[in-house]
Design a protein around this ligand. Structure first.
Ligand code: HEC
Ligand code: HEC
Ligand code: HEC
Length: 213
């Protein structure tokens, strides 16, 4: 018994020391690698605080404001929770469609007959005008699996890096990325899905960031 007690104490002390030493992320650093807003998780690395919701956030068909609740056919339709309840989710409880596609859970058609193929283009553009927030890596791959080039070029974006002056104001106003994100694609509250790339201070000639690693 006694030995067990001592072991337990040693174990507790070890855990305490590990927690104390591993607390590199409990600093006040407000670099882009850290959660910028105050509140829960403040001062933690944003990559460590990304989370997923436990449950799909979706209305029942009868209350979604789209379907007619007085029509008997509503009973025939599958509820979103039933259809998509087991799909990968993001923090807001929305389906992570990119992941669903990657995992082969869905297999969308390029045309109505299922004969055409999407022209998938593998070109990333890292957008760095993000203030204290992590950079935004825009991946053409993720978008061109679903969307033709002409969906964005040139009605929404001029196809030239740096030519668009993208900003959150425009996005929140439903322009640029906000033409789709917040309505047909994942919403604007899940900042980290777009602000997905830690800033690399080495690139701008500044001191090397070694925060939290
Ligand atoms: C969802 C929107 C979207 C779709 C779809 C899309 N692009 Fe883009 N494209 C962008 C954005 C955003 C940029 C970066 C613009 C900026 O930096 O201001 C870009 C940049 C470009 C550039 C500029 C590269 C450079 O070096 O200047 C080219 C070329 C381009 N896209 C071609 C394509 C082609 C070809 C397709 C279809 C296979 C396509 N894009 C589909 C949004 C899109
Ligand atoms: C749909 C993608 C997307 C989402 C979601 C998103 N952002 Fe952005 N954000 C961008 C892009 C793109 C830029 C412009 C980057 C550039 O032009 O280099 C940007 C720029 C910014 C900037 C720089 C200043 C400005 O206003 O342009 C800040 C700060 C910022 N975002 C904060 C946030 C916060 C906080 C959230 C969550 C509430 C968020 N963003 C959600 C894509 C997004
Ligand atoms: C024409 C519509 C459209 C525009 C404009 C658009 N997106 Fe998207 N985006 C989508 C769709 C559709 C998806 C896949 C569905 C989803 O994830 O909700 C997606 C997915 C993404 C993803 C997830 C990629 C992954 O790996 O799963 C990111 C990040 C993203 N978009 C960022 C952006 C940014 C940043 C911009 C602006 C520069 C932008 N998008 C503009 C439609 C659009």
């Amino acid at each position: 018994m006694r030995v067990n007690k001592q072991l337990a104490i040693v174990f507790l002390v070890t855990v305490f020391v590990m927690v104390a030493c591993g607390g590199g992320y409990l600093t006040d650093t407000r670099s882009a690698e850290y959660v910028v807003d105050s509140g829960v998780g403040m001062g933690k690395r944003w990559v460590d605080t990304r989370a997923v919701a436990a449950e799909l956030s979706a209305e029942n068909l009868i209350d979604d404001g789209i379907h007619d609740p007085s029509n008997d056919a509503i009973a025939v339709l599958q509820e979103p929770r039933e259809a998509m309840g087991a799909f990968p989710l993001d923090r807001s409880g929305a389906v992570d469609w990119g992941k669903a596609l990657e995992l082969g859970i869905i297999n969308p058609r390029a045309d109505i007959e299922g004969k055409a193929e999407m022209v998938v283009m593998n070109m990333d553009v890292t957008l760095k005008e993000t203030g204290d927030m992590p950079w935004v890596k825009f991946t053409h791959t993720a978008h061109t699996k679903w969307l033709g080039c002409d969906t964005c070029h040139s009605g929404i974006f001029i196809s030239k890096i740096g030519a668009n002056e993208i900003s959150m104001d425009n996005i929140f106003a439903g322009e640029q990325c906000g033409r789709c994100h917040g309505s047909v694609a994942f919403g604007l509250v899940v900042c980290e899905r777009c602000h997905n790339t830690p800033q690399d201070n080495t690139a701008s000639g500044g001191s090397t960031t070694t925060t939290g690693q």
